[in-house]
Structures are given as structure tokens and as C-alpha cells.
Design a protein around this ligand. Sequence first.
Ligand SMILES: Cc1cc2nc3c(=O)[nH]c(=O)nc-3n(C[C@H](O)[C@H](O)[C@H](O)COP(=O)(O)OP(=O)(O)OC[C@H]3O[C@@H](n4cnc5c(N)ncnc54)[C@H](O)[C@@H]3O)c2cc1C
Length: 447
Amino acid sequence: MPDGSIYDPLVDKHPGSGSPYPSSYWAREHQVAPVEPLKTVRKTQVAVIGAGYTGLSCAYHLASRWDIEPVVLEANRIGWGCSGRNAGFVLSGTGRLGLGDYQHRWGKDTAKLVYSEFRQGVDNIRYLAEQGPVDCQLQDGGYLKLAHSASMARKMARVTDNMRREFGDTSRWLTQQQARSHILSPGVYGATLTPYSFGINPLRMAENLAAMAKNAGANIYTGSPVTDWQRSDQGYRLFTPQGEVQASKVVIASNGYTLNRFHPALDGRHFPVLSSVLVTQPLSQQQQQACGLTPGPLFMDSRQLKYYYRLLPDGRLLFGGRGAITGKAANHPRYQNHLKRALAAWLPATRDIGVEHFWSGWVSVALDNYPRVGPLEDNLYAAMGYCGAGVSFATLAGQRLAETIAQGPNSLPDLPFYQTPLPKFPLPRLRRLGLKAFYHWAQWRDG
Ligand SMILES: Cc1cc2nc3c(=O)[nH]c(=O)nc-3n(C[C@H](O)[C@H](O)[C@H](O)COP(=O)(O)OP(=O)(O)OC[C@H]3O[C@@H](n4cnc5c(N)ncnc54)[C@H](O)[C@@H]3O)c2cc1C
């Protein structure tokens, strides 16, 4: 890649092959054991493309529950995509729709089922993090969604009340004064506290899932990008630089990293968008106190262009938000400076803290703001469009894919994200122009 640029799925012809991890805090903090590339021809019932949470969870469930020994082909490394570089917020939900939106569009009964599906996603990932062999550094403390204006605080208080009444949720509303016992920020007008959310170390979580899948019987190869594939009488032939997999069924789990024109059923049906994160030097005890922060709680604000942050176990602050528009511009200093300024506005006491890491990743955005999981055609499956909220849901989506492969499409719950394909973007070539316009509008709206 030219200096500073990163793989760009809408531009590049190749997703990389054994590329190193980004210079993230997670990759510096923990060395993931290397895994060999595929160097032979292998036959399998199920081939999975991509070793993030979706692909690894699918492989783990296939192997542990149905004795299917899938082959997972990863272009780069375990968790090299979003799964090893996210912020580690385990939240209930995915996409950009709230439960009120589901209720409005599909009715109360569906919204209730969506709620329990999302909660199951959170419970599952906690179980996997606690059962697996790798320490995923769970941080309890809940999730605070921070109201960034007085009018937003009034709206969020009503929504929180509705969540308790209609769905039996245990989130509660904190007034401005109560919220300030969790965070001393001038921009906070109140907060919804969700007690069951928690933080993880995302790269360790990916390695944990890979180890669980492997122990159950899955075969995982890294440095093995699928560069070409064909339909055959028996299913599919997938070609990697040094090997080939012949599979009856294929799962596309490359999500936001999926190459443009990888498969006609996905062309123009999602939009890879960059999300970026910085990690600071460790905050001293005085600096933590000045911000009112303790390690544990997760924070996100209520803007259109959201910022999210958490104090990591070693006292460093992780702060994330929107990134550049192209892979070429991803590491331009302006994006790091933008995040740094936003952090200083949220937490003035961090103004002089140095930044040690900055990195970005491609999240997959769906036109109608919610993902799709399931069959694309006979014997071909995919899950994508989590819109940047996929830690708990990707893991659940992988499980649902495994269930539908083993038990048939009727096993999928009757919920919007399991029933229809992703809608096509109108004028897909203009997606980036549209995103630029959206960022300008949202910046103006957020004030
Ligand atoms: C900066 C950032 C912060 C985020 N923070 C959060 C958060 O705190 N909470 C949350 O819920 N969500 C968060 N997300 C989103 C979340 O990380 C993703 O939704 C989730 O990890 C997606 O997992 P996945 O397995 O579907 O895809 P990925 O983890 O992206 O995996 C896709 C894999 O496919 C591989 N691949 C691509 N093409 C090929 C090919 N042709 N052959 C073989 N392999 C291929 C890639 O190398 C990649 O490893 C964040 C995302 C980013 C970028």
C-alpha cells in the first residue's frame, strides 16, 4: 500500500495476503499466534470466507454442535478486519434502528422478539468470552449513552422509560447530576445506563473464538485470500494463492472488507465506511479524577456522528468516531486531529495527553440501516450490514448461519434481518459522494 493508505474494498483488487495487523493498541498489547496458509487442495462440507467474529462463530457452532469440520479461509490474520480492531463495546443491538423503529415498522410482537435476540447476542458473547481459553479482559461497568443536548435528554428519558415498560429492559435514566458521577464532561445533559453491557479486548476475543473453533474441529488458514471461485456440480471451488477448497456450501463472512464485485448477489448492496479510533497515553490518577472516569463503563454520545470512549484496564483512554472516506486518506493526520479535538471538547482534562495509537477499519453499512443474515442462493450464505455495531451481533449471526446450514432456512427466527436480502443502493458509484454530503449535514445538525 502507498504510505499511510490502507486496503480499500471499493478500489483495490485484492484484500491482502498475510498483511500485518494495523498498528493498534490491541495488536501491540497481545501477540496472536501465527496460523499457516492453505497449501493443498481440501474438500469440505462448508467453506467460510473471513476469520472475524461472524466466520469464526459460524465455524465454531458448525463444528461443536453438528460435527461439521468447516474450512475457514482468511486473507490476512485472525481478526485482522473489524473484529480485531474495534472498540470492544458489547452492546445489545446492531445497525442504526432503535427498538422503537422496529415497533413502528413491524409491530410490537416483532420488536419484542428483536429485543430478546439482541439480548441473547450479549449473553452469548459473555459465555464464549468466559468459556474460551484466551483471557478476553472483560470489563463490567455498563454502557452510558450520553445526551448531548437538553432536548435529546428529554427524548432519551422517554425512550428509556418505554424500554422498561414495553420490553422489561433494566436500563435506567440518569439525570444530568447523576450522569456526572460517572463522567465529568461539560457536554452531558443526562444518560441512559444499560447495566448488562460490558467491554472486551476485541483481538483477544477473535483469537479466543478461533481457538474454540479449532478445538471443536474447524480448520483455519490465514494468509489465504479467496481470489477466484467457481460453481461446480458438487458446490463451489474456491482458489487461494497456494491452494484450493472444494466445498458443498460457502459462507461469505468478509463483511465490510468484501471486495467490490466479489459476488453478484452482494454488488452495490452494502457500503464500506471507515470508523477510526485513537488510544492515549495512560491517564494519571489525577487526570482520571478530573474526568470523573474509572475503568469499566462504556460511553457513547447521542449525536448523528457519534463519539465513543472507554478507559482501558491500564488507564489509557480509547476514543473513536468517524474516519476518512477513502482507504488512501485513512491515516492522514487530519482525522487523528479531528478525534483529538473532539476528545478535548468532551473531556477538557485530556487536552495535553499524548496519542499513542490511531487506526481505522471498514464497517459495512446497509441502505436501510439494519443487517441481513442468511442464504443468498442455494448453498451460499452471507451476513453483513451491521453498520458499525457488530461485536455481539456478528457472533450471534455466525451462530444463526451455522443453524441454517445444518437445519435449513426454516430454523432462522422470523425477524427482519433473517428474512430478506440487503436492498441495493441507488447509484452505488455515488455512495462516497453521498457520504461526504451526509457528513456535512450531520456536522451542521450536531452543532
Ligand atoms: C474502529 C472500529 C470500532 C468498532 N467498535 C465497535 C464496538 O465497540 N462495538 C461493536 O458492536 N461494533 C464495533 N465495530 C464493528 C464490529 O467490529 C464489526 O461489526 C464486526 O467485528 C464484524 O465482524 P465480521 O466477522 O463480520 O467482519 P470482520 O471482522 O471485518 O472480518 C472480515 C474478514 O474477512 C477477510 N476477508 C476479506 N476478503 C476476503 C477474501 N476474499 N478471502 C478471505 N478473507 C477475506 C478480512 O481480511 C477480514 O479479516 C467497530 C468497527 C471499527 C472499524
